[in-house]
Write a protein that binds this ligand. Structure first.
Ligand code: GLN
Length: 187
């Protein structure tokens, strides 16, 4: 079996940093812009950016239903920042949670913090928060796996992991590694 093929939603935002991180870990990547791009990928990353712009792009390209079908197939999904927002009840409706956008204030309030992530070995991971959302509410099937100052910023539900922050901008590949381990386990 060759290296896994990971799709990265590439309508807008910070998809290239995810691709670099994934390739560094030995995965192949494919930029996802239209439904056919989902064919044959082993996992999917929803990057940060502007959730409003990405939502418009998803509607324009008819990606909503195919993304739901892809998720239902059980393949692993990793969402970061705007990616977390896309996964919530009010957007793609794939995770049973409600993201509150720009929950830490506006751009000027961007900050960095070390986050203890449940299930991630080796100590806290460094997160960059850029107009980051918080998880304001969630259903019983959602496990909160990371918090900052009492605010939920990372969650897991079935095959999906969503984090409110960016780790792909730094040098710590452990979150992507965890994601790729789940991909490998399912192949
Ligand atoms: N604030 C952005 C949004 O609401 C998310 C920011 C990010 O992805 N870094 O879409």
């Amino acid at each position: 079996m060759g290296s896994p093929l990971i799709g990265v939603l590439a309508l807008q935002g910070g998809f290239e940093a995810h691709e670099r991180m994934l390739r560094r870990l030995g995965a192949r990547t494919r930029e996802v812009r239209v439904p056919d791009d989902l064919d044959g990928i082993d996992g999917l990353v929803l990057p940060g950016g502007e959730s409003t712009t990405m939502t418009l792009g998803i509607a324009r390209e008819g990606l909503g239903e195919p993304l739901r079908a892809f998720t239902a197939s059980g393949a692993p999904i990793l969402g970061s920042c705007a990616g977390l927002i896309l996964l919530d009840r009010e957007h793609l409706g794939l995770m049973d949670l409600r993201a509150e956008r720009n929950a830490f204030g506006r751009q000027v309030r961007s900050f960095e913090a070390d986050v203890d992530l449940l299930g991630l070995d080796g100590g806290p991971i460094h997160g960059v928060f850029i107009r980051a959302p918080q998880i304001a509410e969630h259903g019983p099937g959602v496990e909160i796996i990371g918090s900052v100052d009492g605010h939920a910023v990372a969650a897991r539900e079935q095959n999906m992991i969503a984090v409110a922050f960016h780790t792909e901008l730094g040098d710590d590949p452990r979150l992507h590694q965890l994601f790729l381990e789940r991909v490998a386990a399912l192949r």
